[in-house]
Design a protein around this ligand. Sequence first.
Ligand code: F6R
Length: 368
Amino acid sequence: EKGGYDWFMRKEIFEQPKAVADTLLGRYTAAGALQLDELHIGEDELRRIDKIIIVACGSAYYAGLVAKYAIEHWTRVACEVEIASEFRYRDPIIDGSTLVVTISQSGETADTLMAIRHAREQGAKVIAICNTNGATIPRESDAVLYTHAGPEIGVASTKGFLTQVAACYLLGLYLAQVRGTMYDDEIAKVMEELAATPPLIQQVLDSLDAIRELAARLVDTESVLFLGRHVGYPVALEGALKLKEIAYLHAEGFPAGELKHGPIALVDQGVPVFVVVPPQGRDQLHDKVISNIQEVRARGAFTVVVAEAGDPEVGAYADVLFSLPKVSTLLQPLLAAVPLQMFACEVATLKGYDVDQPRNLAKSVTVE
Ligand code: F6R
């Protein structure tokens, strides 16, 4: 059933182009307008929302962090993202005009379920983004937007994560459409770019030959740092989580701008630092991250850089470079997460660990 792969995780990494395509399928018109009739929450109700809170755990939480950048940019509604197990214990400010979006691959995560129960008791509407038909979380939500990743068996989430980002983007564009915060042609343009990502994910998958060699080189390292900025920051967190989960390797993700506020003290000769570089663009993000790479390199870091193909500035500072097809900043996580997933899979494989069933972890965490 692993289709010739050694691990379900590897199979699921390779299924990502299809998983994302299936998640987008049928949810937009030929003209690029969003069509999410399945939501069953009235448009008037969606116009009254004045705050969005995303609650989730683990990788799903990181998908939510990515989504926040897009949702606030597109809808101009304030969007918070919160770890589900923290949410109800802090007396969050929720009322009838709060939209709670919950993200869960399994749909059975107890922390997440408790959080949405609390939100609904306070009068919030809850939309679940879920991969499992009829699971408890979608059943207890007001509406559901399913990700169509197919069953995810490897404990470490891969296609689950990517499809969660894609589904959040659909929801964000839909809200922008209903609330009139974007022009139709702007929505169509983003939708067209989103719909074009599956073959680009495939291109990334086809270009990962160097990962095994990199994993062999770093297999005995004690710690790995991941840096990113903007949507690249949650991608860094996700890259670090994969390594912890399956390779039992200490790893931490940081916003690249925080380096100088502390984490750079960790950087020493040979410490591997992965850096997700935003696409070159009009803003200063890209150049700022380039300076961050120079800073860690000057202190001896071994740099693994994930950047847009043809970026002329990264080559000089990258010990190892993974190139991504050109996309806009908000869509880059759908590509940039892939080499990081594969890296964790290769390191864990080389260490001889059970990639699909890492120690101490369960696929769905049904206790708080
Ligand atoms: C990460 C991972 C976990 C889950 C988290 C939420 O690889 O598997 O962090 O993402 O436990 O699970 P769901 O999405 O099922 O609620």
